[in-house]
Ligand binder design. Structure first.
Ligand SMILES: NC(=O)c1ccc[n+]([C@@H]2O[C@H](COP(=O)([O-])OP(=O)(O)OC[C@H]3O[C@@H](n4cnc5c(N)ncnc54)[C@H](OP(=O)(O)O)[C@@H]3O)[C@@H](O)[C@H]2O)c1
Length: 375
């Protein structure tokens, strides 16, 4: 048999950037960039009737599309909502658009209260002893200065500490769900804003400085990335990996507190062409959750359905885009300990997890990588 060069693909698909071509010339929502459902169709060949997925904030634009796509895998899907009526509305939308027949459970969750997070985690554990994928998607963006019930700055408390608590509460279930054929995954829905603000360990609540919503949001998203890196380094050996993603620009509740000058970026020229539909915005999250290439791999940062560098890469401040600031294991461990103090959560000790002292040696594996500019 002869093989003609006409039948060979022009270039092999890079498994860490399989949708490169579709992202080459973005042209606004509903252009050629893949949707979350396409990612599922391309990656999940077997029905996922044995999988359990939990998505926070499925009443929002990106969370709903994430839930629809993951439900279409056949998995049992848990969604969180602040109110029963909103959870039910989301559930009906999932049922009407997903071809999956798995159960959908609603967990009531008010992320401004750590007690509510623990109650939701308890409720989950009563209904399922195992979890395969935890998607920490819910979030607020650039809201005016405020505090959670537990007296933390709103972004830090809701985006980071609430998800941190969910992670520590559910790590045993994630470990229990992990198997040789599919190791459990945590997906932290972050943002490219994480590059614009570090965690201010001396002032996490922004009480001693002028409150700038943009920086408070950035701090919380950085915290989510560092938490993923910590989980990945320590719990990866126990079969629980963690990845961070930037979903892309999507019109949603996300913009409601933005200044007109920021919104101009969304409505004109280059910025407007970057904007995705919610279904496209959910694609990278879903790729992190189902992509075969991420089996047993974490500590990475994904955007536009591609690997964009180790997430332990060097970030830069908005003030000086050329000044790269290092982060690494010690910073991530420091944040983890601070988050434990804030939430009074203890370190879940799981069989097979890497001793924390040893994890520091894993913690430097990405330090030499510099993340490319994403916007
Ligand atoms: N849209 C973008 O361009 C963009 C860019 C970068 C990153 N992201 C990230 O993507 C994620 C999803 O955002 P989105 O664009 O889909 O925004 P969205 O439509 O506003 O959805 C936010 C979700 O978070 C939930 N939520 C907010 N505060 C909560 C609280 N205190 N307790 C419980 N749930 C709460 C919301 O619940 P309710 O429905 O009850 O309000 C909603 O389900 C966020 O983490 C965001 O930071 C978005």
């Amino acid at each position: 048999m002869s093989i003609s060069s006409d039948t060979l693909p022009t270039s092999p698909v890079n498994p860490e950037n399989p949708y490169a071509e579709q992202h080459e010339h973005p042209d606004g929502p509903d252009d050629d960039r893949p949707t979350a459902l396409q990612i599922v169709a391309d990656n999940v060949f077997n029905e996922w009737h044995d999988k359990v997925v939990l998505i926070t904030g499925a009443t929002g634009e990106i969370g709903l599309e994430t839930a629809i796509a993951l439900h279409s895998t056949g998995a049992h899907v848990f969604i969180t909502a602040r109110h029963v009526s909103e959870g039910q509305a989301a559930m009906w939308k999932i049922r009407s658009r997903s071809e999956g027949s798995g159960p959908i459970d609603i967990l009531l969750l008010h992320m401004e209260s750590l007690d509510s997070v623990r109650q939701a985690a308890d409720e989950f554990l009563q209904r399922s002893p195992t979890l395969n994928i935890l998607i920490n998607n819910a979030g607020i963006c650039e809201v005016p200065e405020g505090k959670t019930h537990d007296q933390f700055e709103s972004h830090f408390g809701i985006n980071h500490l609430a998800h941190f608590t969910l992670i520590t509460q559910l790590l045993p279930a994630l470990k229990a769900g992990s198997s040789r054929t599919f190791q459990s995954r945590i997906v932290q829905v972050s943002s490219t804003h994480h590059r614009c603000g570090f965690v201010d360990f001396n002032d996490i609540n922004s009480t001693n400085k002028k409150y700038i919503p943009y920086l408070a949001y950035a701090q919380s998203k950085t915290a989510m990335v560092w938490t993923a890196n910590y989980v990945d380094a320590v719990y990866g050996t126990a079969g629980v990996y963690a990845l961070s993603v930037h979903p892309g620009m999507v019109w949603s509740g996300y913009q409601q507190h933005m200044e007109p000058v920021q919104l101009k970026w969304w409505t004109h020229g280059y910025g407007a062409r970057q904007v995705k539909s919610p279904a496209q915005g959910a694609a990278t999250t879903v790729w992190a959750a189902v992509g075969r290439v991420w089996e047993g791999r974490g500590g990475v940062y994904l955007l536009d359905c591609r690997y964009a560098g180790g997430s332990r890469v060097l970030d830069f401040t908005s003030a000086d885009f050329l000044r790269y600031l290092p982060c690494g294991w010690q910073t991530e461990e420091r944040l983890w300990k601070l988050s434990q103090q804030c939430t009074e959560e203890s370190e879940p000790l799981l069989e097979g997890m890497m001793p924390i002292a040893q994890a520091s040696t894993v913690g430097i594996r990405y330090d030499s990588v510099v993340m490319e500019d994403a916007d």
